[in-house]
Structures are given as C-alpha cells and as structure tokens.
Ligand binder design. Structure first.
Ligand code: IMP
Ligand code: MG
Length: 180
C-alpha cells in the first residue's frame, strides 16, 4: 500500500488539530442547544464525520446520503445522481453537510440544491479538503474548510481510489502509476 504513495501531504497530528479547530468554529456559529443534523456524504466523509462530530459542542444527529459522480476513475463525470437518500425529514432543521473533498464542486452543488428544496431551517457545508484550482462551479460556497490541497489525487482518512486507502490515518498523494 505505502509503495503506491508519492508523499504524505497532511499527517495525522495536523488532521486532528485542524478537526478540533473546525469543531470549535462550527459550534460558535450556532446558538447553544441548536440541534444540528450532520449529513455525511458517503462514503469518503465517514472518517471525517466521526472525528468532527466529537469535536462539536452542540446536540447532533447523523444522516447519510450517497451520491455518485465518479465510477472507478479519478475524474468526475459531472453527472451526479443519488444512490442512497437521507432517512430523515430535514424540513425546519439545521443541516450541516459533511464532505471529504471539493474538487470541481459539482457534487456539493447538487446536494445543496436538492436539500434546499426540502426547506431546512439552514444549510451549511464543511469539507475536510478543498482543491480550488479545479472548481468549475462558481456558485458554490463552502462555509468551513479544513485544508486547501493542490491539484493532485489524494487518498486516506476516508478518501479512496477504487475503494482502497480509506483507512490510512493521513492524507497522501497517490503515485500516478497507481491509477494509470
Ligand atoms: P466534485 O464533484 O468534482 O467536487 O467531486 C467531489 C467528490 O469526488 C468527492 O466527494 C470525492 O469523493 C471525489 N474526489 C475528488 N477529488 C478526489 C481526490 O483527490 N481523491 C479522492 N476522491 C476525490
Ligand atoms: Mg470517492
């Protein structure tokens, strides 16, 4: 597995510190006792969700949505569809969408647009990683962002290539040979 990696971009300690900070930032944006529903975008954001939730000092519940834009490759196809929808009704609730990485921005834009039609009290977005160079959707605004990363394919801490590497405790750049 390690031989497929070019370099470690963000180590475990940096991730943990930043996730704690994000939790404090997010908590400060909601009045005490605000109930938050954290909507985790499967599957990449699962690891981030579990650490982030424990650093948020507000009552939270979890829900999950799976969308697809990728197939097995490393390039977004631009066509997003819902594979698994939420279990809960979000009308009148405070929604925090939890993403692993914003690349072109198309997945997040699609999810925000769909969830807005369900009349939540508020929608905010948090992503662990952001690749701003690759953005094609200008209308997308991310409320909380962990780290900006360069335009390279990254894996670990939930992020995969062809479903692998999700259990690495750090974020690493994959060697191009590993996916070509
Ligand atoms: P977007 O629609 O192009 O913004 O793509 C977002 C989705 O693509 C994320 O939720 C990830 O699952 C996946 N993705 C984008 N870039 C990477 C990467 O560098 N490594 C792993 N997954 C990625
Ligand atoms: Mg993925």
């Amino acid at each position: 597995m390690e031989q497929d990696l070019k370099k470690i971009l963000i180590d475990e300690k940096q991730i943990m510190e930043r996730v704690q900070e994000l939790g404090r930032e997010i908590s400060s944006q909601y009045p005490p006792e605000t109930d938050l529903i954290m909507v985790c975008i499967l599957r990449g954001a699962v690891v981030f969700l579990s650490d982030l939730a424990r650093s948020i000092d507000r009552p939270v519940t979890f829900d999950f949505m799976e969308v697809s834009s990728y197939g097995e490759g490393t390039e977004s196809t631009g066509v997003v569809r819902i594979i698994k929808d939420l279990g809960e009704n979000i009308q009148g609730r405070h929604v925090l969408i939890v993403e692993d990485i914003i690349d072109t921005g198309q997945t997040l834009k699609y999810v925000v647009d769909v969830l807005k039609t369900r009349k939540p009290a508020s929608i905010k977005t948090v992503t662990l990683l952001d690749k701003p160079e690759r953005r094609v959707t200008k209308q997308i605004k991310v409320d909380f962002n962990g780290f900006e990363v360069p335009d390279e394919f990254v894996v670990g801490y939930g992020l995969d290539y062809a479903q692998k590497y999700r259990n690495l405790p750090y974020i690493a750049v994959l060697k191009p040979e590993a996916y070509s």
